[in-house]
Design a binder for this molecule. Structure first.
Ligand code: CA
Length: 223
């Protein structure tokens, strides 16, 4: 994914650029609001990570101008703002999420992933891979138009696998996804879930392959 990072603190910008690059994003970094505004006009970014206190034009104005152009680019705001009024103001301007400084890079990673997932979902309410079809809004999965019996958790994992079709989905990505479901701390949750999904997907034309030490991959059966 192509990410615009807007941050005038050079040290922080560098750390964030490295973290985002490690998550396999292509990152452009700018250090003032005018450059950010220009970059947003020139390039169709998948996500913007935006500081608020910036030279030349503040982050609030960058965001306002972006939304005035009716651009749906997801925006993650980095901010030291603690007042709820400031956050409400930014949400009203079209911010999608916040990270309060100082933050852990792991949290940045998780929030970026969540925003990108959400953006994909909004772009298209159906996902299709061969004979598998997902109705994202209805939370239903079909193989050859026959509805499959999936739990909410299983559905979420199938959705992730389809969004990342052709690429490995790591165990920690699945754990991130399941975080929040109350019994997700159980260490064998992922393995059990994958085991059940593998059986359920058995007739779909796709095999859920374990890539040792990495994660899982949806692979087409070779006929
Ligand atoms: Ca700043």
């Amino acid at each position: 994914m192509r990410v615009l990072l807007v941050e005038d603190d050079a040290l922080l910008a560098d750390a964030l650029r490295i973290a985002l690059s490690e998550a396999a994003h292509q990152v452009d970094v700018v250090a003032d609001g005018e450059l950010a505004d220009q970059a947003l006009r020139d390039v169709n970014y998948d996500l913007m990570v935006l500081d608020i206190g910036l030279p030349k034009m503040n982050g609030r104005d960058v965001l306002r101008r972006l939304r005035q152009r009716h651009a749906g680019t997801p925006v993650l705001v980095l901010s030291a703002l603690e007042r709820i009024e400031d956050r409400v103001d930014l949400l009203n301007l079209g911010a999608d999420d916040f990270l309060q400084k100082p933050f852990h890079l792991g949290e940045l990673d998780a929030r970026v992933k969540a925003l990108l997932r959400r953006a994909h979902r909004h772009a298209n309410n159906e996902l299709e891979l061969g004979r598998i079809k997902l109705d994202i809004d209805g939370r239903r999965c079909f193989v050859d138009q026959v509805a499959m019996d999936l739990t909410a958790r299983e559905f979420a994992v199938v959705e992730l696998l389809l969004l990342r079709a052709g690429r490995v989905v790591t165990r920690s990505q699945i754990l991130d996804l399941l975080y929040g479901w109350e019994d997700s701390q159980a260490t064998n949750t992922v393995e059990v879930l994958i085991y059940r999904l593998r059986k359920k997907l058995d007739f779909s034309g796709w095999h859920l392959k374990t890539i040792r030490g990495m994660g899982y991959l949806l692979e087409a059966y070779r006929g």
